[in-house]
Every structure is written in C-alpha cells, then in structure tokens.
Design a protein around this ligand. Sequence first.
Ligand code: PGA
Length: 254
Amino acid sequence: MRRPIIAGNWKMHKTLAEAKELVAQLRTLVPAGGGVEVVLCPPFTALATVAEGLRGTGWGLGAQDVFWEEKGAFTGEVSPGMLRDVGCSHVIVGHSERRQHFGETDETVARKVRAARRAGLVPIVCVGETLTQREAGETAAVVVEQVRGALASLELADPGQLIIAYEPVWAIGTGRNATPADANAVCAVIRKTVAELFGAEVANHLRIQYGGSVKPENSAELMRESEIDGALVGGASLDAAAFARIIAGAAAGR
Ligand code: PGA
C-alpha cells in the first residue's frame, strides 16, 4: 500500500508573515497522523520560517528548485546541501514553469535529481505534456522521454527516495484538470517506465502524484485511482481551508 503524499507548491507567493500564518492555520485544520504525508514547498525566502512553523508536525519541507553543484561561483543558485541545512526533506525538480520560462531541460533535471539524491533530499520530479502534444496524441511518448531523461544514471535502491508528479501543462493553473481516468492512464505509463528502469518492485512502491488544478472537489476522486498516490497542488495550497480539504479528500479517497 502506497501512502498518499500531498505537496503544496506555493510558487512565488507568501511573505514571511503570510507563510507563518498559513502554517499556523494548517496546523489547526489538518489532523495529526491521518495516513497522508504532507509536504509544504514555499519559496526559498520562507524555507527557514516554515521549517520553524512545521516543528512537531512530521510534515515535510520542500524547495521548488535546486542547483546541482554543492558550492561555488553560481550567483543566484542554491545547493542541495543548503536545502538540507535549512531543513528541507524534499525538492521539486523540473516543474513545467521552470522548463517553460527558465530553460530547464531533461538533462538539467537529471543533474538536479542526482545532486538532490546525493544530499539525501527526495526529489519530486515533474513531467507532463503540453496541450499541443496531447492533441497530437504524443502524451505517452513525451512523458516516457521526460521520465527516462530525468532519471538517467540515477541509482535508486529505495522507492521512497523519489516521487514523480504527473502534471499536464494544460491543467496547471487553468482550472481544467485531467479526468481521473486519463490521469490514471498516464500515471500507469510512468510506472511502467520506472519498472523498465529500476524493476517492478521499485515501481510498485514508488509514489506518483497528479498535479494540475487539484481542488477540494476533485482530490478524493483522483486519489481513488489505482495509480495516483497523491497530488502536487499549486493555487489551492495557498489557502489553508482548501489545502486541508484536499488532504482530507486524499485520506478519504484511499
Ligand atoms: P495548480 O498548480 O494546482 O495551481 O494547477 C499545480 C502545480 O503547478 O504544481
């Protein structure tokens, strides 16, 4: 049984005061334990504050990106060790917004994934097709290539060391989400690809999230799908009540 994992990607939102407030509200709304793993991914500037606020909850802390070098003259970058130092357990890698706006490629994603693993971080690797690719019937091919690219040369003994998030680009921030059955089918393709790379045992235990306009109204039905083990939530994770309901939905859907 794969434990559902719900991660909130705050993107470029929340000042320190707002971050503190959101964590405090979540602590009152989300029951302890509950069978769902929770990870919050604030912007770099709020990591230390959120780490402090999470103390005692057992929730994970994730960054939204990472560089692959440990130190050096790389102005503006943040290393895996620095993320560990501030309290991170997870890091989002290869989000479509980074691929679209900041030149992230499968190769840079792979370097970041390996560096994150070396530092003991759990990468949340994002893959997903654009609307044009979907309409051209290329979804499976695109996703397989991204998964193979991202996991190139990765050694993965323990499936708990990696999470894959299937996020169709056309569903992110648009209010349009994939139907649970569609999302499930693509997650099955991802799991099959992981099995080809790391074996069936690892693939069976690896958790695959769906992301793209996940809301309180659809989290339970998405989570009921056999291949979907959680969600990467953007917009709705900025609101404590909505995010708490998504977590509750994930618990109910299982
Ligand atoms: P959304 O974003 O939930 O706002 O669609 C998801 C994501 O980008 O991870």
